[in-house]
Design a protein around this ligand. Sequence first.
Ligand code: GDP
Ligand code: GDP
Length: 437
Amino acid sequence: MNPVIALVGRPNVGKSTLFNQLTRSRDAIVADFPGLTRDRQYGNGQLGNKPFTVIDTGGITGDEQGIDAAMAEQSLLAIDEADIVLFLVDARAGLTPTDMSIANHLRINRKKTWLVVNKVDGLQEDIATAEFHELGLGETWPIAASHGRNVTQLIDIVLAPFPELSEEEMHPELDQRGIRIGVVGRPNVGKSTLVNRLLGEDRVVVFDKAGTTRDAIEIPFERRGKPYVLVDTAGIRRRKNVTEIAEKFSIVKTLEAIKSCNVAVMVLDARTGLVEQDLHLLDYVLTSGRALVLAVNKWDGLEAEAKEKMRAEIKRRLGFADYADLHFISALHGTAVGDLYPSIERAYASATARWSTNRLTTLLQDAVREHQPPMVNSRRIKLRMAHQGGSNPPIIVVHGNQTNSLPEAYKRYLTNTFRKVLKVKGTPIRFEFRSGS
Ligand code: GDP
Ligand code: GDP
């Protein structure tokens, strides 16, 4: 599990500026989960071989009565999920009463806290930081988030206690042990039930011994002689009785599982229909580029009318994920659960397929002949060559001229054409355009 850094502080101190600095690398995935998290934003960052997750907590308003509630509602939740807290204050605004109350809250929390004095650009650092010692949080760390000043140095020190990852650990999706399946979805849709089904009853017992509180858990298993690895977020442990507390839904854990799997099986609940949380999670799966299989669960005993309603809703609201296979299952009764495997296999095969430059370039030229890109500044946009730039998700790099001016509609045309001809199913395809002029 990667270290999780929470950014806290009152509004305007520079949290989102720092968040953007930390998550702007090419691989960074910024997930905005308004419906899921009440203003918390999650992103991935990386320093050398140390990936980390950042949570931006929005802001704590200066309202004295409201502050406890605000802390409880957002920041405490984020702090709870975090290993490290960066408490930001504003060198230009100076020390405020709100900073004092936040510091009091942080002091009683046992998480490692760093007092970060932002906006020191153009100021003398020791003078700018001096007054914040009064907060009683120890050493101050001056930075200028908008200039990137001292940011890398700070994160380097903050992450010092955490080990560097090996290349394999950096890229869990390249796991050779088998297809990595992540079963994801909001609470109560039936993830644990499905996971138990997928593994078969025998495996559950084995699993009772394992399980830390927060790590996404990996379970290698075999089906019909083929190896798989299940990346579980649901808490596979069987709930023994009603008094047992259901494992808390952890967004960090869910994001981690999505990032580290090859194929995400996203579980939806036919009884409740689609809700905002479903769409946000799905959006994250898509942004992360993971292959996807959709499983509409609790299909058992549903009236024909309810089934029709769910189908229509999916068609209307999940159009953006229409490349994914859709299954209607009952995890409880095991109905259609086995059908997920061919879809998982196919999505994985598509996500990891390799195509020669020759094939892709021919395909590109055919597509261009069929349908020319438009003229820009009285010159026609030229697309000459295509090669593969990556997999899981597949990345197609297209070289040409004036590709910056390529209209969205034409990009969609290319995506659809490549998808159809290469028979890509169950995974997003990404296009990158490079221009010679
Ligand atoms: P948040 O509300 O805590 O997320 O704060 P923002 O990141 O939105 O920043 C608030 C304002 O402070 C914006 O206008 C930023 O451009 C500015 N700001 C952020 N970091 C710096 C900095 O290092 N130096 C200066 N001078 N301004 C900054
Ligand atoms: P999780 O929180 O996503 O892991 O959901 P659980 O697997 O714990 O399931 C939540 C509830 O839905 C439990 O009461 C399950 O028995 C029930 N459930 C799960 N799958 C099905 C299904 O296919 N049909 C019906 N009718 N109920 C189900």
